[in-house]
Design a protein around this ligand. Structure first.
Ligand code: ZN
Length: 378
């Protein structure tokens, strides 16, 4: 007891010095789980000016760019539920939306079989003008039943997941016929050739790729560049262990660190594991966690240089926000969003030159553009 007492005294003295020195104390969010979203709330609540200033000081010190909303961008877009956003090699945002289709309690039966009508008879993939959000090109009519994730890889291939078809598709640049299809149409399953509501794809520069599968199986499938399944990681669960996931909803890869980060949505955490690119035997080993058991769900993550950006929460839980975290230490660095706040942010993407972030929301259905301020200009 005495040791704990003195530890608390020392911690209090240390944190006071942090405040006086203009720095925020550094928390280990993998252990002090509750602090993740309580810090977000502190940053976002009405009387947080002082804390935001401290955070900005600390952010500046660590050269983290702060995302600022580009007002009015994309406001004339008329889209359905925007489930996915990515950026092509030319820096153009590409979104995957559901047009007139909506996902509600009648969409699936208890065995995850789609109960709706035929394919969506409108274009659902939109390439947007980065300057003003105008639609430059659209495609995907009469092909998809319930769009979810979109990833445009470094070679310009477009990867799409459809949760009603239980399939993943790869389209080469300019093609509207899939070069690759994984899973069996409208047939949910958990073996090596079936998926169940797959959510997201991440592609490495070598062509190896990962699929988050997904709402029901809660696993990550790893394929080589020939689309051969070479690894599996994870299972459904809420026990807090490093391989128990509850809707892996968005994934992103950081190749320098050989890390794959997963928005483990219903467990309200980000889980980063070894991607196994350098050593395949390490695939799935836990590397870093950001976790909070009591507040906001994490919907998607993306890599921004040596940082991780993400979106989570919703207007109903009061925690809808974008956030920036340190990829190595799992430390929350910044909370951000549009001036009027997010409501249901669902997906996030970063441009290849790391100057811009796009966020897609479902309800209201829209796309946001954020410019990353150069830390040198603070
Ligand atoms: Zn979703």
């Amino acid at each position: 007891m005495e040791v704990i007492f003195w530890l608390r005294i020392l911690t209090a003295i240390w944190c006071l010095s942090c405040v006086l020195g203009g720095r925020l104390p550094v928390y280990d969010y993998s252990d002090l789980d509750d602090d993740f979203y309580s810090e977000l709330r502190n940053l976002l609540d009405g009387n947080a000016e002082r804390k935001i200033k401290q955070q900005n000081d600390w952010t500046r010190a660590h050269r983290v760019s702060h995302p600022r909303e580009v007002k009015g961008w994309g406001s004339t877009l008329n889209l359905g539920q925007v489930s996915g956003v990515s950026v092509d090699p030319e820096g153009r945002p590409v979104v995957f939306h559901r047009a007139s289709r909506k996902w509600d309690h009648t969409t699936f039966n208890s065995t995850h079989h789609f109960q709706g009508q035929g394919p969506i008879d409108e274009d659902v993939v939109m390439v947007l003008d980065p300057q003003n959000g105008d639609i430059l090109k659209s495609w995907g009519k009469d092909m998809f039943y319930l769009p979810h994730g979109i990833t445009v890889d470094q070679k310009g291939n477009t990867w799409l997941t459809d949760v009603a078809l239980h399939q993943v598709f790869k389209f080469t640049p300019g093609s509207e016929k899939p070069e690759l299809t994984l899973g069996e149409a409208k047939t949910p399953g958990a073996d090596d050739v079936h998926m169940c509501k797959p959510t997201s794809v991440a592609v490495s520069s070598t062509g190896d790729f990962y699929v988050a599968d997904g709402y029901c199986n809660a696993r990550i499938l790893r394929y080589n560049s020939d689309a051969k399944l070479i690894g599996k990681f994870g299972h459904p669960g809420m026990d807090g262990s490093s391989d128990a996931m509850f809707v892996p909803h968005g994934i992103a890869i950081e190749e320098t660190r050989d890390v794959l980060c997963i928005a483990d949505r219903e467990n309200k955490r980000v889980l980063c594991v070894n991607a196994g690119l350098h050593n395949k035997d390490n695939f799935g080993h836990s590397v870093m966690r950001l976790h909070d058991p009591n507040h906001g769900r994490i919907f998607d993550v993306a890599v921004l240089n040596e940082f991780l950006v993400g979106v989570g929460g919703s207007s109903t839980d009061g925690a809808a926000t974008g956030f920036t975290a340190d990829l190595d230490a799992g430390i929350l660095l910044d909370a951000w969003g549009p001036v009027d706040g997010f409501q249901n942010p669902h997906a996030i993407a970063v441009t290849p030159d790391a100057t811009t972030i796009y966020v897609a929301e479902i309800g209201p259905n829209r796309v946001w553009k954020f410019l990353l301020e150069n830390p040198a200009e603070y």
